[in-house]
Design a protein around this ligand. Structure first.
Ligand code: GDP
Ligand code: MG
Length: 166
């Protein structure tokens, strides 16, 4: 099984930390595919029987400039080519404007979208459920995974579920 997965989320939620944990190699072999002209490949997760190419999709985040806003449309059309989306949020911060901006963009994406609540090592288990509730109905999630990208909690489970959707 293989596929392209976009990872989106506001700054500092832990996207890079997650990718650093799961990615084993940079990809060169697929560089002639259409994907690489629109989305930046961040890395590839490989097992014996599966491969997930993680993509950065600039423009899904809240634009910092007019140029960013102009580019947003092409970013959203680029999302149509991917197989699944990981939407990452932080368990230690309240749902905010940056999160809402991305949620609104994702509403038109007809692909499995996972809610990944990162940094659970920083919150008491009792406090996790209320955070989850603030996102639960925002989109029709393919899965909801509380994780710690830093410590690795639940990351393998997320990758296994993701692989099954490809
Ligand atoms: P990005 O902007 O979404 O790529 O976020 P980064 O991966 O750069 O992480 C931002 C900060 O959050 C860094 O200081 C990370 O060490 C920290 N961080 C990321 N994941 C976790 C986590 O699961 N737990 C904790 N405690 N900190 C994390
Ligand atoms: Mg980053």
């Amino acid at each position: 099984k293989s596929g392209f997965v976009a990872i989106v989320g506001r700054p500092n939620v832990g996207k890079s930390t997650f990718l650093n944990r799961v990615i084993g190699q940079k990809i060169a072999i697929m560089s002639d595919k259409a994907q690489t002209t629109r989305n930046k490949i961040q890395g590839v997760y490989t097992t014996d029987d599966s491969q997930i190419v993680f993509l950065d999709t600039p423009g899904v985040q809240k634009p910092k400039s007019k140029l960013g806003s102009f580019m947003e449309e092409s970013a959203m059309s680029a999302l149509k080519d991917i197989d699944a989306v990981l939407f990452m949020v932080s368990a230690v911060e309240k749902r905010g404007a940056g999160d809402n901006f991305i949620i609104n963009r994702l509403k038109t994406v007809q692909k499995p979208i996972y809610l990944v609540i990162n940094k659970i090592d920083q919150v008491h288990p009792n406090d996790l459920l209320p955070i989850m509730d603030t996102y639960k109905k925002a989109l029709d999630w393919a899965g909801v995974f509380p994780i710690s990208a830093l410590q690795g909690n639940n990351v393998d489970e997320l990758l296994a579920d993701l692989t099954n959707h490809l």
